[in-house]
Ligand binder design. Structure first.
Ligand SMILES: *Cc1c(COP(=O)(O)O)cnc(C)c1O
Length: 435
């Protein structure tokens, strides 16, 4: 062992990782070099894509100024929207701190572009949980259903592919918009590549050319060199406390797409007649710009963490979704922990490795809206940020933990090692020699 390696061993030890767990991690890492190199290439490409868009729009220090009140003539805000639009190759973009989260951005994109009598189609099965009340799948005041927008869903085929025949049958005269979810979210279904989504969009538009295709792009940004907007999506929508905020954006959401769709979103967000002209940035511009600048490498770090976690836990005999070797189109990793003790230990490890609130111990609790108790680990600089290292899962068999984020790869690595350490400390890794 060379001197640097000794130092690294030592500092891991000082931070709670045993030599055995570290060795296990290093063994797993040896096989991942080509994979990580491929991720770095994508990050390099995307870094240049973002910088190119910043150059084209002549981003300058003056764009970082805070605006207040109505926020008229906020050149920094407007230029940032052009940077997003040019990066994602769309006509237009709305990037606002007033969009409070991903669910809000999605609700905005839907409600701004659907009228009473229109039908919304989900061709990718059940949408993300929080959209159930937005759409009115679960009755809710203010839902689209309440405003006379109907909903139809085509479930995925058992192998996770699109049910093209079912989709064809589901499209009727009132079908106005399709909502396509890129990421697996908190389910077992696969995530889709931008290209796969493009095939679906092509099929949808071949049946109904004026159908608006909106993609829930949460967790997918910068994982590939292309986005669904490169393959015909009319809108892509996401949260700034996930990938595109780069860990720095303190709040916010984005909608990129055609001018017509995005303009309607602006009018719904503020008001008809005001649209995008109002909306003070309240000092968030520097974080939005810098976060977007960092987003390609931050996303790469999170993706490396996900692959490392899958590889390490597969080696320990756990089932992972996606499998470690599978291609990835988002940054989420699900692992069946097999027992409540393992799930809790995993989350304790992630918490113990966090830069913030590392001294707290996560406990299962009855979260409103969930049937089972849920355990969550997060020690984030931004509340609820899931581009930062975080994990959660319901206390229900097979005790799946959903793990995502990691603003730096080294932190992600440390968190995963710490999760394994916690499980090892409970004496529950009997199958692995020497752990
Ligand atoms: C996170 C997420 C959302 C909702 O975003 P919030 O910011 O949590 O409201 C929607 N869809 C998917 C696929 C997500 O991952």
């Amino acid at each position: 062992m060379d001197h640097m390696e000794e130092q690294i061993q030592q500092i891991y030890k000082e931070n709670g990782i045993s030599g055995k767990i570290l060795d296990l991690g290093n063994e797993v890492l040896e096989g991942l070099a080509p994979r990580f190199a491929a991720i770095d290439r994508i990050a390099e490409y995307n870094q240049l894509k973002v910088i190119g868009a910043m150059h084209k729009n002549r981003v300058s220090e003056s764009h970082f100024a805070a605006s207040t009140g109505y926020g008229y003539n906020d050149d920094g805000r407007d230029t940032l929207e052009k940077v997003y639009a040019d990066t994602f190759h769309t006509e237009d973009a709305l990037v606002r701190m007033q969009i409070t989260c991903g669910t809000h951005a999605l609700a905005l994109a839907l409600s701004a572009n659907l009228h009473p009598g229109d039908e919304l189609l989900s061709p990718t099965g059940a949408p993300y949980d929080t959209l159930e009340e937005v759409i009115g799948i679960r009755p809710s005041a203010g839902s689209l259903a309440e405003y006379g927008v109907t909903y139809r869903q085509v479930d995925l085929l058992p192998d996770g592919s699109f049910d093209y025949e079912g989709i064809r049958r589901a499209i009727g005269p009132n079908t106005r918009m399709a909502e396509i979810q890129r990421s697996r979210g908190y389910s077992r279904r696969p995530s889709y590549s931008a290209e796969q989504i493009g095939e679906l969009i092509h099929f949808l538009k071949s049946i109904k050319p004026d159908l608006i295709c909106m993609v829930d792009n949460c967790y997918g940004e910068f994982v590939e060199t292309k986005e669904p907007s490169d393959f015909g999506a009319d809108m892509i929508v996401g949260s700034l406390i996930k990938n595109p905020g780069g860990g720095l954006a303190p709040s916010g959401g984005y909608i990129c797409g055609t001018h017509e769709c995005v303009d309607r979103c602006a009018r719904r967000l503020t008001s008809p007649g005001l649209g995008r002209e109002v909306g003070a940035n309240l000092g968030t511009n520097p974080a939005f710009y810098q976060g977007f600048f960092l987003a390609p490498t931050v996303t790469a770090s999170a993706e490396k963490g996900a692959i490392f976690a899958a590889s390490l836990y597969e080696k320990l005999g756990f089932t992972c979704y996606p499998e470690s070797a599978a291609p990835r189109y988002d940054i989420i990793q699900a692992i069946d922990m097999g027992s409540p003790e393992n799930l809790i230990a995993f989350c304790k490890g992630i918490q113990a490795a966090a830069p913030v609130d590392s001294f707290l111990t996560p406990e299962p609790w009855d979260m409103p809206g969930y049937d089972d108790e849920v355990i969550m680990a997060a020690g984030a600089f931004v509340q609820g940020s899931s581009i930062e290292l975080s994990a959660d899962g319901p206390l229900r068999a097979p005790y799946t933990v959903f793990f995502q984020g990691g603003i730096t790869w080294y932190h992600a690595k440390y968190g995963i090692l710490m999760s394994a350490q916690q499980i090892a400390d409970t004496g529950r890794l009997p199958d692995v020699k020497g752990v």
